[in-house]
Ligand binder design. Structure first.
Ligand SMILES: Nc1ncnc2c1ncn2[C@@H]1O[C@H](COP(=O)(O)OP(=O)(O)O)[C@@H](O)[C@H]1O
Ligand SMILES: [Mg+2]
Length: 222
């Protein structure tokens, strides 16, 4: 039986602003199973980032029910959210977010340190090879192209061998060719390693390459 990685029922996230309340995610039901490759699509402002942040235990929900790896985190405190995501969920962001003074290899080792694991340079090197950057281990981010930087970020997201990879607009800063390379890499990781992946994009052509597409509009599943 496939493990259920994420199960959300009527998941709602609202932001209280001085003048109004913004319901960014509005009663969303979604289930992600082990081995899924899902693209979360929708126009800017439709709630993709907010939904990804909440299911990734980076932010609190306002109401509804959320199970992450079988544990109910609906009313979890910050420390419980951290414990739930650390080591189990890998993240990739639009802005790459590599540390500029560290080499590609050192950037990949960072999550191991944050997860209080022993840094494993051999594993970091293998991950760089997996993303096609075996020859770039000692480069600083500024010595890499945008596409290469994002591939380092993907390698980094896998450093703790997470079961779930969440990527928020990972191709937002890349040209068509590099965007396609990132999606091909996701497909490989999903098909060959069984990695569960949820990726947000507003690019229809890229998003349609995932095994399943979920469309958001005004915080609701369309
Ligand atoms: N931290 C925040 N505070 C207030 N409003 C927010 C915050 N984050 C997102 N929003 C609002 O929530 C809605 C959904 O945003 P977001 O999840 O970033 O959409 P998307 O990623 O699809 O562009 C938007 O209206 C946005 O302005
Ligand atoms: Mg977004």
């Amino acid at each position: 039986m496939k493990e259920t990685i994420i199960k959300a029922e009527k998941l709602t996230k609202a932001f209280k602003m001085p003048a109004e309340e913004i319901v960014a995610v509005d009663a969303v039901d979604i289930q992600i199973d082990e081995g899924d490759f899902v693209s979360l699509m929708g126009p800017s402002g439709s709630g993709k980032t907010t939904l990804l942040d909440v299911i990734g235990c980076l932010d609190f929900l306002t109401s509804g029910r959320l199970l992450v790896f079988g544990r109910d985190v609906s009313s979890a405190r910050e420390s419980e959210l951290v414990a739930r995501r650390r080591g189990r969920i890998g993240f990739v962001f639009q802005e790459f977010l590599l540390l500029p003074e560290l080499t590609a290899l050192e950037n990949v080792e960072l999550p191991m340190i944050f997860a209080r694991m022993k840094p494993d340079p051999e594993k970091a090197r293998q991950l760089l090879e997996k993303v096609g950057l075996g020859g770039r281990a000692d480069h600083l981010p500024k010595e890499l192209s945008g596409g290469e930087r994002q591939r380092v970020a993907v390698a980094r997201s896998l450093a703790t061998s997470p079961k779930l990879l969440l990527a928020d607009e990972p191709t937002g800063n890349l040209d068509t060719r590099n965007s396609q390379e990132i999606f091909s890499l996701f497909r490989k990781l999903n098909e060959e390693d069984g990695l569960t992946i949820v990726v947000t994009t507003h690019d229809r052509e890229l998003g349609s390459q995932a095994a399943r597409t979920v469309r958001l509009k005004d915080g609701k599943i369309a």
